[in-house]
Design a protein around this ligand. Structure first.
Ligand code: ZN
Length: 128
């Protein structure tokens, strides 16, 4: 399931709170996706690490901007957290946040073998 779909599903499971990942029945936008995965329990200390494994694109270093306030962020995860604060103070809607998330998330079928095989071959001296 895509991250954005998990956020939608998680919004039915978790009370929104931009200040917490996934605690006491509440969660931020990223926490909602975690709850929907069924793999992260509330108040789990490993929750953040599981999210990194499930959605590495959220945490990869890339200079990005919050679409609501233009603050610069070091990855999509912190930009999404910033957006969550705007939803919390009602300057942005949940639907706007969702549209932003859909605009940055990668497509479902990323196909790495095209890249991996030639590199492996070159490394092992296999002619192209
Ligand atoms: Zn912001």
């Amino acid at each position: 399931m895509k991250f954005s779909e998990q956020v939608v599903l998680g919004s039915t499971l978790v009370k929104f709170n931009s200040l917490t990942f996934l605690q006491h029945g509440c969660g931020c936008l990223i926490g909602m996706a975690g709850a929907a995965s069924g793999e992260i329990m509330f108040d789990s200390p490993e929750g953040h690490e599981r999210m990194r494994t499930m959605f590495p694109w959220l945490f990869g270093v890339r200079i990005t901007q919050c679409p609501a306030c233009n603050t610069r962020h070091i990855n999509y995860a912190t930009a999404i957290s910033c957006v969550a604060h705007h939803v919390e103070d009602k300057s942005w809607t949940f639907d706007q946040a969702l549209a932003y998330i859909r605009s940055i998330e990668p497509g479902e079928d990323v196909d790495p073998p095209d890249v991996v095989v030639p590199v492996w071959n070159r490394y092992h001296g296999v002619p192209a």
